[in-house]
Design a protein around this ligand. Structure first.
Ligand SMILES: [Zn+2]
Length: 72
């Protein structure tokens, strides 16, 4: 019987050889825990999360060229 990791959907190793069971790895277990505790909070995956990206993207969308910027 094969168990799929609830986080990444990859097959998980059996409980006997996998202390993160039913997750495939400790990392996936922690990710799932983080989602549970706070839906909006994301466990940082890398040194630079995408947080900054989202903010700047919002700002850019808010103030794209306006007619007043034309040199006319
Ligand atoms: Zn996984």
């Amino acid at each position: 019987m094969t168990i799929s990791c609830p986080t990444c959907k990859k097959p998980s190793a059996p409980r006997a050889e996998n202390k993160a069971f039913p997750f495939c790895s400790e990392r996936c277990r922690l990710i799932d825990l983080g989602d549970w505790l706070s839906e909006s909070y994301r466990v940082p995956v890398g040194p630079d999360a995408t947080e900054r990206d989202g903010v700047s993207e919002d700002e850019a969308a808010g103030r794209v060229r306006t007619p007043d910027d034309l040199p006319n």
